[in-house]
Design a protein. Structure first.
Length: 162
């Protein structure tokens, strides 16, 4: 699941590891998705350590029997270095891999693989993370989401079988 909305999301800005809280719309999204996901009993909720994901996770956990949120650093968003805070453009997207301070894709893959390995092999788990992490799951790990999406909107979720 992707975290709910922040101001940077609504302004189409690169966020990366900039640690922003949910905006008013995001708080409402988190509340709404928590009500929907409350009917699913998760064995655990794993979450990025970034505030926007934690706020989303806390809302979902409030509707669960087991309310503990397990913070997993490997699910944090990719760092976008000098791009963080800038409006997203095609020109900047083309320069992402060569921009100063951007976390190398191999680093993201490595920490994500370690985070996934710490999830038990059986059960129903919710991971609350970021759009960049979702794209790495699709492109580098070959995950097939249900429904079949290439991009997650804020507070949107899919089922993945790892």
């Amino acid at each position: 699941m992707r975290h709910a909305e922040t101001d940077f999301n609504s302004e189409n800005r690169w966020m990366g590891v900039t640690d922003l809280h949910l905006n008013k719309s995001g708080l409402e999204q988190a509340k709404s998705v928590a009500a929907i996901l409350g009917s699913i009993e998760f064995d655990a909720i794993y979450c990025s350590p970034l505030l926007r994901a934690l706020q989303t996770a806390d809302a979902v956990a409030s509707k669960q029997l087991h309310r503990k949120v397990l913070i997993e650093a490997g699910f944090a968003e990719r760092g976008f270095g000098v791009l963080e805070g800038k409006i997203k453009t095609d020109e900047l997207r083309d320069k992402i891999e060569t921009s100063q301070g951007v976390e190398p894709l191999l680093s993201v893959q490595s920490r994500l693989a370690k985070a996934i390995s710490r999830i038990p092999p059986h059960g129903t788990f919710l991971v609350i993370s970021h759009s960049g992490i979702f794209r790495v799951l699709l492109t580098r790990f070959g995950c097939k989401p249900s429904p079949d999406l290439l991009y997650l909107k804020n507070a949107e979720w899919v089922e993945l079988n790892l």
